[in-house]
Design a protein around this ligand. Sequence first.
Ligand code: K7E
Ligand code: CUA
Length: 667
Amino acid sequence: MKIPLKRSAGLAIAGIAAVGIIYACAGQRTATTNLVTGDAASKVYVAPGSYDEYYAFMSGGYSGQVSVYGLPSGRLLKLIPVFSQFAEDAYGYDAESKPLLETTYGFIPWDDSHHPELSMTDGVPDGRWLFINANNTPRIARIDLTRFETDEIIQIPNSAGGHASPFTTPNTKYVVSATRFSVPIPNTDVPIDSYKKSFKGTLSFITADQPGKMDIAFQILMPGYNYDLGHAGKGPSDGWFFFTSYNSEQANTKLEENASQNDKDYIAAVNYKRAEECVAQGQAKPMAVEYFHNYVDPGSRTAKSEKKTSVKVIDPVNCAGVVYYLPTPKSPHGVDVDPTGEYIVAGGKLATVIPVHSFTKLQKAIADKAFDKTVDGIPVLKYDAVVAGEVQKPGLGPLHTEFDGKGFAYTSMFISSEVVKWKLGTWEVVDRIPTYYSIGHLMIPGGDSKRPWGKYLVAMNKITKDRYLPTGPEMAQSAQLIDISGDKMKLLLDFPTIGEPHYAQALPASLIKDRQVKFHKLAENTNPWVTKSEADGGITRAGKKIDIKMIAIRSHFAPDNIEGVQVGDTVNFHVTNIEQDWDILHGFAVLGAQTSELILQPGETRTLTWIPKGPGVYPFYCTDFCSALHQEMQGYIRVSPAGSSVKLMANVSKKAQAQLAEAQKEK
Ligand code: K7E
Ligand code: CUA
């Protein structure tokens, strides 16, 4: 997120902003050489041919994608397309993947993705899947980590701004999504200034532990605040979920000022086991609302879309004990739960301290009914009854906290551009290190889990000025690798990122590297247009629709001469890569195609749809340099005027041609 404090200054915060600029400048003046110790280079050097120790999955922000880096080298390994079309591998362009991007708002080729979240078993990342949210048109995607591919996307209804998402519960039973913007629910045409009366928030719990079956388990209706971030409880707090909210003022204009009035906003503590009881007892009301669930069928590798029409909605008024509010200074952003599950840390963007709530005290406060008031059926607990401690003078603009598993917490300070290390329990600051510049999230591998691998910390920064060779007005944003294995944090490496890296997660490479799929078994390909051998290729016409079945193998297509297509036809090239070998890809592009190329993994079938505009002979070719004779991997398709007598022809085997002729006669 970008916080405007550095550039403008709302009345109440002008003072803080001014101090912030001073802090940031002080950081900039500290020479890098003071921070990078002599052995930094050897600590990040991964020799050619050697592997990195960790996979890091970084959100692409407004690129809508996930990028995969090796740590400690900072080498970019892959870009995984998720919410945005990606011409490099035809994601969102070819017929097989397009349905993944269907929503009730139509086909959406872009989004803003913030929070990659690894699946967990018993509160520890297990390397099965990565989830990530779409912020603009609320959705959650599941990426399979045996293929590094997006397999499933579910839309979140009754939501606008899926930001507090998709944080996972300790066994990945649920991922969550809370609406950043409150909206009328159901969303309908009302005056904007009826905000306080008509606008509501929702917290959604989505079942996530079965591939292909993600669904909205239930939604909880909340007061019309902005819901920002979340984290699951663990250990003693397993069964609870914590969400930050701001704009408890319920402003609908000039939030910069109007939503910064209250000294405290809230963390919503949700007892989701209690929510499950209420659903089981029929206290959740079905609400008619449409949303899409899209998933890739593994055999055909083709995405399917299904429209769902109802969700179960819990109103806390009818489900006592499901939500409590913990007052939290001030406009909190991140909420993070320590590895023991006892401490709930908030990052109050405008707060002068880092408040830490205690789960034990929370339970006691509920038992003692230590309430200040009730908002829409939600008891507000007394701050003093739930707070465990406050980190004093941490710096300015605390946003996010992760943990090293050795009793320390690390908080990113956006305004003062630094990482602050402090001790859980005593709340004392023990170390700080400047970042370049304006850090948002920070990440320790496993650092929000029960068992952090606390060796490195990655700072993800918003502004890169003067760190790299300049590239015009816009520069790559920046990650910084920091060694946290000793008492003092040490800066090791800067590396640029793709899009805006909000959050990232990482895990030891050993958890996934040996489980990688190397190719798709051709024998198991159930795509209706698969071509399993050269003899099976061919061409068919149904009205103005032409289907061409084709194989690609080093170093030719079959068929590679096609005739009988007419202007006005829609041509589907169904190309199957019949290679059965790791990393042998082919591509397919045809002159004048109105969409991206195809990229074909070994054993899979993909479809490019082409509408030729005029008569002529059009070449097609392989776009992936696959062999010494890659430049020979080409073909021609002839397009004749509408009504032409040129016969359908594809130069495949005699047997295939005979079968095709039969098929044509029957039509
Ligand atoms: Cu702080 Cu969207 Cu998690 Cu950006 S968010 S920084
Ligand atoms: Cu196939 Cu180049």
